[in-house]
Design a protein around this ligand. Structure first.
Ligand code: SAM
Ligand code: SF4
Length: 325
């Protein structure tokens, strides 16, 4: 048995996204309905011990980086303790909406967390309220500052632009991030919302974003590696800006990522329609070697691409928040 997670297209999975919960304290219109979603029952969620065990097995198969996500990972009770257990195993980062970072950034950094991505789609508090259905813009902004103060560098900001909603803010957001030393990443909106309201015509494309930014800044391509974002140096650098063009500039050919849902299902792609049930195997007493075989079998089944642009594309049944963004 090769100690690696290889698929049939020669890609090795070395980056694992671990969703810690499907719950969230915001209700971003493109991600969740106002009333929330039917949350996973508590007994179905992986415990800290189960997460650590699965990460250990993944590490034995070549996983080197783990990003904690959700739902909103900061709402998981005991997060700092879990981070302290995972940090010695892998390079650990976290994606968050920023709520609670003022309190948690320091203890998380002390526990071994290296970096955070904070999602922020607007600089306008009223627009934030419209977009997230919660009046908490300043808390996110304070959370970003707390992340810097805690040494979680570089702090990245994730932004989804939507036509007629916040697509007039691309440049303002970039300048705001440049002034504060945050690295901005625009993410093309993907068909992953529970309302199935994604519309290709409404999506703001990577090309449009780059056009807006280039009118005011000189962008020079920087090295990309396996990261999904294409990255540019802004005005000669060292400041950078990224664009994740998942839909119009797919990066599936160099994808090194797999995902573990909060209820212990391994997914080889955000858009996968199959999952491998690691939780049942774990709870039925599987050994580490058996879990490793399951992970390897799942990764062997990874498809060449996400297929969003294929005529027969079907959105996965889980929404983004339940997969782990
Ligand atoms: N709650 C955390 C947050 O908002 O950062 C982590 C989970 S969230 C699902 C992760 C990222 O996915 C966020 O930056 C969010 O804006 C983005 N996202 C959610 N739905 C999306 C969609 N349909 N297309 C593209 N990005 C999406
Ligand atoms: Fe919550 Fe993140 Fe989804 Fe917004 S994008 S509703 S913060 S999970």
């Amino acid at each position: 048995m090769t100690a690696a997670l290889l698929d049939t297209f020669g890609r090795a999975a070395t980056d694992l996204r671990v969703s810690l919960t499907d719950k969230c304290n915001l209700r971003c219109t493109y991600c969740m309905p106002a009333e929330g979603l039917p949350w996973l029952p508590a007994p179905e969620l992986l415990t800290d011990d189960e997460i650590v065990r699965l990460v250990e097995v993944a590490v034995s198969l070549g996983v080197r980086t783990v990003r904690l996500t959700g739902g909103e990972p900061l709402v998981r009770p005991g997060l700092t303790g879990l981070v302290a257990r995972l940090a010695p195993l892998v390079e650990l980062s976290l994606t968050t909406n920023g709520l609670g970072l003022t309190r948690l950034a320091q203890p998380l950094a002390a526990a071994g967390l290296r970096r955070v991505n904070v999602s922020l789609d607007t600089l306008r508090p009223q627009r934030f309220l419209d977009l997230t259905r919660r009046d908490r813009w300043s808390e996110v902004v304070e959370g970003l500052a707390a992340a810097v103060a805690a040494g979680l560098a570089p702090v990245k900001v994730n932004t989804v632009l939507m036509r007629g909603v916040n697509d007039d803010e691309a440049l303002e957001l970039l300048d705001w991030c440049l002034e504060r030393g945050y690295e901005l990443r625009f993410i093309e909106q993907m068909p992953l919302d529970p309302q199935h309201s994604w519309d290709r015509a409404v999506m703001v494309t990577a090309e449009e974003i780059l056009e807006q930014l280039s009118a005011h800044h000189t962008l020079t391509p920087a090295e990309r590696g396996h990261a999904p974002a294409e990255v540019w140096l802004v005005d000669g650098g060292p400041a950078r800006v990224g664009v994740v063009g998942s839909v119009t500039r797919p990066f599936c050919g160099s994808c090194d990522r797999i995902r573990l849902t909060a209820d212990g299902q391994l997914r080889t792609c955000l858009f996968a329609r199959e999952e491998s049930d690691l939780r049942s195997a774990l709870r039925a007493g599987a050994t580490d070697a058996e879990l490793a075989v399951r992970m390897q079998a799942a990764v062997r089944g990874k498809k060449a691409g996400h297929g969003i642009n294929d005529p027969d594309f079907l959105q996965p049944s889980r929404p983004m928040s339940a997969i782990g963004g």
